[in-house]
Design a binder for this molecule. Sequence first.
Ligand code: AMP
Length: 395
Amino acid sequence: MAKKSVKDLDLKGKKVLVRADFNVPMKDGKITNDNRIEAALPTLEYIIEQGGKVIVFSHLGRIKTEEDKEKNTLRPVSVRLGELLGKDVKFVPETRGEELETAVDALEEGDVLMFENTRFEDLDGKKESGNDEELGKYWASLGDVFVNDAFGTAHRAHASNVGVATNVESAAGFLVQKEIDFIGGAVDNPERPFVAILGGAKVSDKIGVIENLLEVADKVLIGGGMAYTFFKSQGKEIGTSLLEADKVELAGSLLEKAGDKLVLPVDTVVAKEFDNDSPSQIVEGDIPADSMGLDVGPKTVELFAKELEGAKTVVWNGPMGVFEMSNFAKGTEELSKLLANLEDATTIVGGGDSATAVQQLGYEDDFSHISTGGGASLEYLEGKQLPGIAAISDK
Ligand code: AMP
């Protein structure tokens, strides 16, 4: 069932609750990267233009002690948000109570108020993270409508997303809507051929994703550290490469079931040490006993390029090698380039390290969608219902 979008809501003069994802990296009380605040602007600016009264909130970090509260106050975020919006953002250093309620009542059309880190409520019995019923109801009571624009927490049922949404009319903000359109679209109703590319360290982290994508995609290309567990299941020598011994059997049965739908690397960049300066060579077939695979080789890139020809939908999650080391980043770089230059294809990067790689390489604008949620996008790709999205009102 399609979900309501912020555009479906009547916002004029309404108190609009907005769950944003302002979980920004901080050091010594300073924001070190404000991408997430910038990303929230389109939804907030739209609500302001429509004459809504914005009450925005978010979590920041984890709160287990009183000291955590000091380190994780949202106050600096409210200041930065004000600078980016070019208007005052009223900050209320509470998550409930009279001061907050009075400030909400004083809002005029187009005003913006931010209240304190929702996870401050976790100190007293995990009320936010445990989706405490009373808390969700209370926050919902502060507004007339609710807009969820925090995809990063959509795979969790918290009071600030699911709790609020179940108590007041709700809609997806532009960021969440884009995730629904692209990731949801790819998983539910992709334009074909649909090619999925999976990499990263471990098979075990992505079993659900591999299984689901083998159902819905036309091809699944595997790279990264997880490939060696598949090699092992084929009886190949993998030297000292990453291996999950307890997943060899599973890898074997996936290969058997998938047939030629599942495509493995045909060559590997190997080295003796897990070190950027360790001399490397390219091998096809067995990996020498004293070496480990740290990247896919050029023939694999060529093979993947062929498999991608004519693809209409591509989803990529996980680097092809240890891309943090420049000498083993080539596979990931080449794949980014390939995808950036694919014509007439919807290209989606499913969060995490592959999103970082694409951004670092400067290909960000050449992809249709780069997901903002690591865990959430993985669970979405597994075909799971995300509670944060499921709770949004149906259209
Ligand atoms: P993930 O979070 O599962 O997407 O895994 C990302 C991590 O996988 C990155 O830190 C990569 O360095 C690592 N990785 C990718 N390929 C390999 C490999 N061949 N050996 C060891 N680690 C790898």
